[in-house]
Design a protein around this ligand. Structure first.
Ligand code: HEM
Length: 231
């Protein structure tokens, strides 16, 4: 079966409900995208505690672990995992359906109509997925960390970024996050119905500002450790 046939068969198998329609799946992408970017923004702010020293950072990590008698973190993990799964599912099925509906030939036109960031959504998304798995193994589970200590998240943070290859990968992943966020925030405001010439400059400023803030602060962590500012 060709990719197009497989995709049409997949679309038929999904039925004709809201989630099967491309609008329904775009809404799923937008809603889960908002949850994920909300998390990334709060996570970036939370990590600024690293600039206040070991005691403050470890107390913050302990607070997160202890929310709702330890149940809070599992609720939060379940929400994040569901949002990530739905986001990837919607992205993959929409891509396959688009490909089926638009066989070759249109490629040149499509490129003119889309931005560089929108074309990079797929590979930036794949790199981010790889980053998230690595990041969990690095700083949460600790099985790819050189000196993981479950009782000392601050030491894990510092010793983790003292490895230049690991710090470098974090930096590259944050640049991909930037591309993904920039176009994601831009598209989500479109899905929310804000695509109007009157709002376009506001949408662009918002997408650019939020992206620079999150990426800039996130990149500052490995750099601060590599330069010895955080030690
Ligand atoms: C340089 C940027 C980042 C730093 C310094 C950082 C730091 C950390 C640290 C220290 C932890 C472990 C907390 C603990 O176990 O006490 C953590 C967990 C986590 N981070 Fe990040 N992070 C960064 C970027 C990101 C990004 C971009 C994402 C998502 C796209 C992300 C997703 C997560 C998730 C899902 C967890 C696990 C939370 C849990 O279930 O325990 N992080 N991060």
């Amino acid at each position: 079966m060709s990719v197009a046939e497989q995709s049409i068969a997949g679309a038929e198998a999904r039925g004709h409900g809201f989630m099967a329609s491309s609008v329904g799946r775009k809404v799923v992408m937008a809603a889960t995208g908002i949850v994920l970017f909300g998390f990334v923004t709060v996570h970036m702010i939370g990590n600024t505690q690293a600039y206040m020293g070991a005691e403050t950072f470890n107390a913050y990590a302990k607070f997160l672990q202890g929310m709702l008698h330890g149940g809070g973190i599992w609720i939060f993990r379940a929400v994040l995992l569901t949002a990530t799964g739905l986001h990837i599912w919607a992205a993959v099925t929409l891509t396959l359906d688009n490909r089926a509906a638009r066989p070759l030939g249109y490629r040149a036109e499509q490129y003119i109509a889309s931005t560089w960031a929108s074309r990079t959504m797929r590979w930036s998304g794949v790199i981010l997925a790889v980053f998230i798995v690595y990041h969990l193994m690095h700083l949460t589970i600790g099985n790819v960390h050189p000196a993981f200590d479950h009782t000392n998240p601050y030491s894990n943070f510092v010793k983790g970024f003292q490895v230049p290859a690991a710090a470098g990968f974090y930096i590259v992943a944050q640049l991909c996050l930037g591309l993904h966020m920039w176009h994601g925030v831009w598209s989500v405001t479109q899905t929310l119905g804000l695509a109007h010439p009157r709002y376009d400059s506001l949408r662009r400023t918002f997408a650019t500002g939020l992206t620079f803030l999150v990426v800039g602060v996130n990149i500052s962590y490995p750099i601060a450790v590599l330069t010895g500012f955080i030690h």
